[in-house]
Design a protein around this ligand. Structure first.
Ligand SMILES: NC(=O)c1ccc[n+]([C@@H]2O[C@H](COP(=O)([O-])OP(=O)(O)OC[C@H]3O[C@@H](n4cnc5c(N)ncnc54)[C@H](O)[C@@H]3O)[C@@H](O)[C@H]2O)c1
Length: 349
């Protein structure tokens, strides 16, 4: 049996253009870079610098202001390190939203990126929307479902954009997988196996000064979920994103495997999807020795796909007796300003 025919995914160029269609059908053509303000992401932080790297990739965004740390000294130092103007290096996000909103339209920020721990997502996001700024927010969107609903209501009222960053859906080979599933190359999806093992919480590093571990293992800062919220949500999102299906039922076994923790550091979940497909999701931060080994396998009537974040430019397509390896090729126009290097795919065509 062979996989049904499929085409190579090509991102719609408008996704990467500076043309944006607002909900009220107004189209805005930008002739300048977007101005970003950042909350969190100072020298004391992990993911903020990755956001800045990503924002720089297409040369269309510049960071112009920030409330970069909960610690005022670090906030100032971080602003200096990024060459932010002194009067736009703020000590609190409240000050940032207030002062930025009073700047002339051709100077103030266009959007805010929020890269604080989970408990500090909602308040700056809501304030940013109230002050008229679009928002990019790290996952998980908020601390509680009720807060998320309040943000949704505000987004609906204002017509502003709120983006939630599930990083892994951006990989070209993940987009390719989704496009193949959408056009039916695998047939009806029957089974999804997704695993996200990390090993960095194998010891009680939260007691040894690891700031990232400290808030992630504290229910008052992380929320109800530990590892399942921190990385299980990525796995669940990836399964839904590639398959186009929705998880409707689950049965979860959450574990605290390192004694002394208050939140899960490991979990196994059985899944049911809205087309009847079955799935398994494993998330663990105590899989000693693992780095960031997110991997998904998705099977339909005609064949399967496999993708792993540690080898992101390769997508394996399988059917009984055959395997194809797709690699990032010249068809993946990543931005409107550049192309990814020519890869294996070109030679397979
Ligand atoms: N999408 C992903 O792959 C991914 C990866 C890592 C982290 N995250 C998410 O990003 C967020 C941050 O995680 P991290 O590991 O970078 O945390 P971190 O502890 O390394 O950094 C948090 C930053 O926020 C600052 N901060 C805290 N409260 C603040 C406040 N009220 N005002 C201004 N700054 C404040 C801290 O000073 C620090 O600079 C979390 O929600 C996490 O779930 C997502």
């Amino acid at each position: 049996m062979r996989l049904r025919s499929f085409t190579v995914f090509e991102p719609p160029t408008e996704v990467y253009s500076t043309q944006h269609q607002y909900p009220n059908n107004r189209t805005s053509a930008m002739n300048r870079k977007l101005r970003m303000g950042m909350v969190g992401g100072g020298k004391d932080a992990f993911i903020g610098s990755i956001h800045r790297l990503a924002a720089n990739m297409d040369g269309l965004v510049e960071i112009v202001s920030g409330a970069l740390s909960i610690n005022p000294e670090i906030a100032k130092e971080s602003g200096k390190a990024l060459f932010l103007a002194e009067d736009r290096t703020y000590l609190t996000y409240e000050e940032m939203m207030e002062k930025e909103s009073r700047l002339p339209a051709d100077k103030r920020i266009d959007f805010v990126t929020i890269v604080t721990p989970n408990f500090a997502h909602f308040a700056p996001a809501m304030l940013a929307l109230e002050k008229g700024f679009h928002v990019v927010i790290e996952k998980p969107i908020t601390f509680t479902l009720d807060e998320a609903r309040q943000l949704k209501k505000k987004v609906d009222e204002t017509g502003l954009i709120l983006c939630l960053t599930h990083t892994y859906s951006g990989y070209p080979m993940v987009r390719q997988a989704r496009a193949m599933v959408r056009e039916g190359a695998l047939g009806k999806i029957r089974k999804i196996v997704v695993e996200y093992p990390q090993g960095w919480l194998s010891k009680l590093s939260e007691r040894e000064g690891n700031a990232q571990a400290a808030w992630r293992t504290d229910p008052k800062k992380s929320g109800k979920a530990g590892s399942m919220g921190d990385i299980g949500t990525h796995a669940a999102h990836l399964a839904e994103f590639i398959s186009g299906l929705k998880i409707t039922h689950l049965c979860a076994d959450l574990n605290i495997l390192v004694a002394g923790r208050a939140l899960d550091d490991d979990g196994n979940v059985l899944l049911k999807f809205d087309n009847g497909a079955a799935g398994v999701l494993i998330a663990s931060q105590v899989a000693a020795g693992e780095e960031n080994a997110l991997r998904i396998k998705i099977y339909g009537e005609n064949g399967g796909l496999e993708w792993a974040q540690m080898e992101p430019n390769t997508l394996i397509a399988k059917t009984c007796g055959y395997q194809w390896f797709f690699a990032l090729g010249s068809y993946f126009q990543r931005t409107h300003t550049g192309w990814t290097p020519r890869g294996l795919f070109g030679s397979l065509r």
